[in-house]
Design a protein around this ligand. Structure first.
Ligand code: MC0
Length: 150
């Protein structure tokens, strides 16, 4: 069952400048930064609020690490802006399977590793009224809330 908005993914061309905009304009601070080479992104997570199911809601600022990544291609075509929405669930495997059974394309056979050790999968935007949609089962956040690379 999808229980919360885990994050909104925002594509940007300059991560540091975008982080500074969110800090100076709204007062949002960076909770975690990470490079995910499989996904081709350098990202900053800005925590907006915590929830009682052990998860939280974030803004996820995404700068591509290579032009042929999903975010790199999307940025070249559309410019900066909202790239995807992610729903939180305690059971990404079960929910992905149930949604696949409804005829929506699930992009991965098995969930992959996402931000902060989470397990993620994506639904094709063409099957979701134009919205790239991610499902996330969060892991415990890293103790130091700092940075990681994988
Ligand atoms: C592409 N399209 C989108 C879109 N990306 N529509 C809405 N939102 C998006 N973000 C549309 C294009 O405009 C195009 O429509 C059609 O989908 C095919 O796009 P394409 O440019 O030809 O690109 P494809 O087909 O090679 O790839 C699209 C696809 C890909 C969604 C399959 O981006 C993908 O696999 N995304 C999932 C992974 C991802 O996005 N990773 C980055 C975030 P037209 O009408 O022109 O045909 S990683 C992340 O977020 C992790 C770190 C985390 O949360 O923890």
């Amino acid at each position: 069952m999808l229980t919360r908005i885990d994050h909104i993914g925002i594509a940007c061309s300059n991560l540091d400048a975008t982080v500074e905009f969110y800090r100076a304009t709204y007062g949002f601070e960076v909770f975690h930064t990470e490079v995910n080479e499989e996904q081709g992104v350098r990202e900053a997570m800005l925590k907006i609020n915590g929830t009682s199911d052990g998860g939280a809601s974030y803004l996820q600022l995404l700068e591509p690490t290579r032009e042929d990544s999903a975010v790199g291609k999307w940025l070249a075509k559309n410019g900066e802006g909202v790239h995807h929405i992610a729903f939180g669930t305690a059971d990404v495997d079960g929910d992905a399977e149930a949604i696949r059974g409804k005829g929506v394309r699930v992009l991965y056979d098995e969930p992959r590793i996402g931000s902060m050790g989470s397990r993620i999968t994506f639904l094709h935007p063409k099957d979701c009224h134009g919205v790239l949609t991610e499902l996330v089962t969060s892991a415990e956040p890293p103790a130091d809330h700092s940075s990681a690379e994988h």
